[in-house]
Design a protein around this ligand. Structure first.
Ligand SMILES: [Zn+2]
Length: 380
């Protein structure tokens, strides 16, 4: 039997509610994962022999099914680090020559070190799964013109505005037209998916929708600051993560945008000050550091001035008094958001205190007026 990834069509009624869509999608992904696992077992038997130990695949599948559902569940599958035993794999497993077209397995950079036979089998499995994960988007078709990622992201926000789960910035959306059916138009978000539990360390959760959190590009690409998931066994890391999430008042299977922010105290007084609530556990603090949230908000705040200036540019301000009145209105408004899409409403305080720091400081106010004047001169 040759292993072939069949295209899978998800017949989801795109007219049903977002909640139902997401549920169906998750179920389907789980089902698919089960299919992949059983096909991988067949594949291993075919190329390595009937006596191959396929327990790692069963463990992987069990991890996958139970990870988010049973808090007492103990992980069975320890992910074997990649790239340590490729040479041995090549020498001894020529029979297991994997078909590149099926799995796109790269086997060029072979390492010298040797490993046990069991590890080799795990290695093959992990490689196969990783490749399947990467290719998955081509194999799933939804009754929709959106990609699975776009589809999932859009339907994630059932009870909240579409915001990045980490920095809270509003996610922009666009309309996509179906290639075949010009009348069918669907909205989707410009969002990435962050794997809450890193996929390079825990490939078995790459596909798990409950490990996905829609986020903005900046947050997804931003360097994770501390190695929250670095030390300990896999089970210890998962336990640590779960207890951090609980301490932060979050649910581990759904990161609600903005809820993370309840754990920060933000003040703006000349410069921005962000403090993590002191009564949090060390794990929780470390988790917040992992996502570098305070760094993200610094970036956002540094944009306050740009946002303000941009709005002023489109307003007709001709005297220091009208600038003052303008700022008074501005402190309580959410124009910054309309103008920029950036959510300073994570902490409405930030915007308000930024404006007030100018408004109630004569020197700053006059400096701003000078800038407005010179801008006006360049315009008129
Ligand atoms: Zn973000």
């Amino acid at each position: 039997m040759d292993f072939k990834l069949e295209k899978v069509k998800l017949n989801i009624d795109t007219n049903s509610s977002k909640h139902e869509i997401n549920h169906e999608y998750k179920q389907k992904i789980k089902e698919l994962f089960g299919q992949f696992c059983s096909e991988i077992k067949n594949y291993l038997k075919k190329y390595i022999g009937d006596n191959v130990d396929t327990k790692p695949v069963d463990d992987l599948q069990e991890d996958y099914n139970n990870f988010f559902e049973d808090p007492n569940y103990k992980l069975k599958f320890e992910y074997v680090k990649k790239y340590t035993f490729k040479k041995d794999l090549k020498n001894n497993y020529s029979k297991a020559e994997l078909e590149k077209n099926d799995f796109k397995i790269l086997r060029e950079d072979i390492d010298e070190s040797l490993c046990s036979k069991e590890d080799k089998v795990k290695f093959i499995i992990v490689e196969i799964l990783l490749n399947i994960f990467q290719e998955l988007k081509d194999y799933i078709q939804i009754n929709s013109s959106l990609t699975p990622k776009q589809f999932y992201n859009y339907n994630y926000f059932i009870d909240s505005q579409p915001r990045c789960c980490f920095c809270g910035q509003l996610l922009e959306s666009s309309i996509k037209e179906d290639k075949d059916n010009k009348n069918k138009k669907e909205e989707y978000l410009h969002a990435d998916i962050e794997h809450i539990i890193p996929k390079d360390q825990f490939p078995q959760f790459t596909l798990h929708p409950e490990n996905w959190a829609p986020c903005c590009k900046e947050c997804n690409m931003g360097e994770k600051r501390t190695a929250f998931f670095k030390d300990g066994t896999t089970q210890e890391k998962i336990d640590k993560y779960k207890s951090a999430i609980k301490a932060l008042g979050l649910e581990y299977n759904k990161l609600h945008p903005l809820k993370l922010w309840n754990n920060y105290k933000i003040t703006y007084n000349n410069s921005l000050k962000i403090e993590i609530n002191n009564n949090l556990s060390e794990e929780a603090k470390e988790f917040l550091n992992f996502y570098g949230i305070e760094h993200r908000i610094e970036t956002m705040t540094s944009r306050c001035y740009d946002i303000l200036f941009n709005i002023i540019q489109h307003s007709n301000i001709r005297s220091p008094e009208s600038l003052e009145r303008f700022l008074e209105n501005m402190a309580s408004s959410n124009w910054h958001e309309i103008n920029d899409g950036y959510s300073l409403n994570n902490s409405p305080q930030i915007w308000q205190e930024f404006i007030e720091s100018i408004l109630y400081d004569e020197c700053k106010l006059m400096a701003l007026w000078d800038e407005v004047k010179s801008m006006n001169m360049s315009i008129f």
